[in-house]
Design a protein around this ligand. Structure first.
Ligand SMILES: Cc1cc2nc3c(=O)[nH]c(=O)nc-3n(C[C@H](O)[C@H](O)[C@H](O)COP(=O)(O)O)c2cc1C
Length: 155
């Protein structure tokens, strides 16, 4: 099985760290969104889309990229890091967009990421130290279970 993770991590590399943790637990290739043209999505069994949450949604550039995808059926997942812990709401826009493109979203993951934006910077940042070891463990459990789910669909 081959998994491609496309990540946009503009603020603090928080989401990139989660992608890298996933790559230690499953056959994952991680690419920054800027370099995604180096890869053929059709050569991967599952494609993961992740970024920080900025103003309530995933990175606009990632959303634009998904908007430009064709309607070919593909297995996907969505993940994010954020200041808030409302992960299912944070991921919902991108999930719906992927589903509108005929993608099957196998799962979604979220965890806290250190947030040093604007007023939080003045306060020294919130979610200090996140993602932390528990977040990495949870991300690895997520990708392992997602791989198992994909394999059981093929049976
Ligand atoms: C410009 C900006 C806007 C943000 N907006 C939100 C938001 O709407 N909701 C939220 O929970 N976190 C928000 N955050 C916090 C980020 O989602 C969080 O720090 C995330 O871990 C950043 O991921 P990254 O380091 O991969 O970019 C925002 C951060 C920045 C810099």
């Amino acid at each position: 099985m081959k998994i491609l993770i496309i990540v946009s991590s503009r603020h603090n590399d928080n989401t990139l760290k989660i992608a890298e943790a996933m790559s230690e637990a499953a056959p994952v290739t991680v690419t920054a969104l800027e370099n995604v043209n180096r890869y053929k999505l059709s050569e991967f069994d599952i494609v993961g889309f992740g970024s920080g949450i900025y103003y309530g949604k995933h990175d606009k550039k990632l959303i634009n990229f998904v908007n430009g995808l064709c309607n070919q059926k593909r297995y996907c997942f969505v993940f994010s890091t954020s200041g808030s812990s409302n992960y299912s709401k944070n991921n919902s826009y991108l999930i719906k967009l992927l589903e509108s493109k005929n993608k099957i979203v196998l799962g979604s993951f979220g965890c806290k990421g250190e947030d040093k934006f604007f007023i939080f910077k003045l306060l020294g940042g919130i979610n200090k130290g996140h993602p932390n070891i528990e977040d990495f463990d949870a991300a690895q459990k997520f990708i392992t279970e997602l791989s198992d789910k994909y394999n059981s669909l093929l049976k």
